[in-house]
Ligand binder design. Structure first.
Ligand SMILES: Nc1ncnc2c1ncn2[C@@H]1O[C@H](COP(=O)(O)OP(=O)(O)OP(=O)(O)O)[C@@H](O)[C@H]1O
Ligand SMILES: [Mg+2]
Length: 257
């Protein structure tokens, strides 16, 4: 990956849904950049426009004003090199785990053998080698989300967008998946935008955490997280971790009421 400080850029980005008397300004004049290889989390109150922001970066929603660029190219439609993970894994029930992971490869007409090997190595990384031929209904919620992670990575995207991917899971499974994601991150070194409501999750995973204010959203905090990588779960017990969480919580609470 070419190192650049402005790998993803948003300039004056606004989103107005239903223009007219009933319009909703979901995002207002948002601007920030993400460095290549950086993992950035976005926190903010419910309804402040986090998902809207991610959908615009994905090219699945158009910005009403402003411009989004990825690797110097303006985003005007979905791009093949962007992987997305949603809250709901949305697996195809009639396909095996392996075929679900391979789905983007088939859609994009990419080399079957090369990507099958990659799919198997990703499944191994998340501990699902023995489940490759199972159907989604035979998997737990956490396992399904692991499959969704593999599916998002199988085509080797340079940018990974994640919208509360672990929020429907229990706390222990969530911790496990955070560690799995960190591990994959270390090995594959993508650029990432991660939306979450969990302050601890954001601090644990990220190089930087952005806090969005109430709708129409603007940035109320942009905090660097300097813990070295690879990160150990025990970093969460350090005073610095607690200090960062408190700082972010205060920024979020300043937006309520
Ligand atoms: N397709 C749409 N049409 C009209 N309004 C929408 C649409 N999608 C979102 N909105 C509105 O835009 C605002 C921001 O929504 P968005 O889903 O981006 O928030 P969010 O920060 O992701 O919230 P949450 O944390 O609850 O997921 C909300 O007021 C929402 O009602
Ligand atoms: Mg959302």
């Amino acid at each position: 990956m070419v190192e650049r400080a402005d790998y993803v850029t948003l300039e004056g980005v606004s989103k107005i849904y239903n223009p007219g008397p009933a319009q909703v300004e979901a995002v207002s004049q948002l601007g920030f950049s993400v460095r290549s290889g950086e993992f950035v989390s976005i926190l903010g109150p419910s309804g402040c426009g986090k998902s809207t922001l991610l959908m615009m970066v994905a090219g699945l929603e158009t910005a009403t004003t402003g411009a989004i660029h990825i690797a110097g190219e303006r985003v005007e439609r979905p791009r093949l090199q962007t992987g997305i993970i949603f809250q709901d894994p949305t697996l195809l029930p009639w396909k095996s785990v392996l075929d679900n992971v391979m789905f983007p490869v088939h859609i994009q007409g990419l080399d079957e053998a090369q990507h099958r090997a990659r799919a198997m190595s990703l499944l191994q990384m998340v501990g699902l080698t023995d489940f490759a031929e199972k159907r989604p209904h035979q998997l737990s919620g956490g396992m399904k989300q692991r499959v969704a992670i593999c599916r998002a990575l199988v085509t080797d995207p340079d940018l990974l967008l994640m919208d509360e991917p672990f929020s429907a899971l229990d706390a222990i499974t969530r911790d496990e998946l955070n560690v799995a994601l960190l591990d994959i991150w270390q090995r594959h070194h993508k650029t990432g935008l991660f939306v979450t409501h969990s302050i601890r999750e954001a601090v644990f995973l990220s190089d930087r955490v952005i806090v969005m204010g109430r709708r129409p959203s603007r940035i109320v905090a942009d905090v660097r997280i300097d813990f070295s990588r690879p990160r150990d779960v025990h970093v969460q017990e350090s005073p610095e971790f607690t200090r960062l969480c408190t700082q972010l919580r205060d920024a979020i609470e300043s937006q309520h009421g």
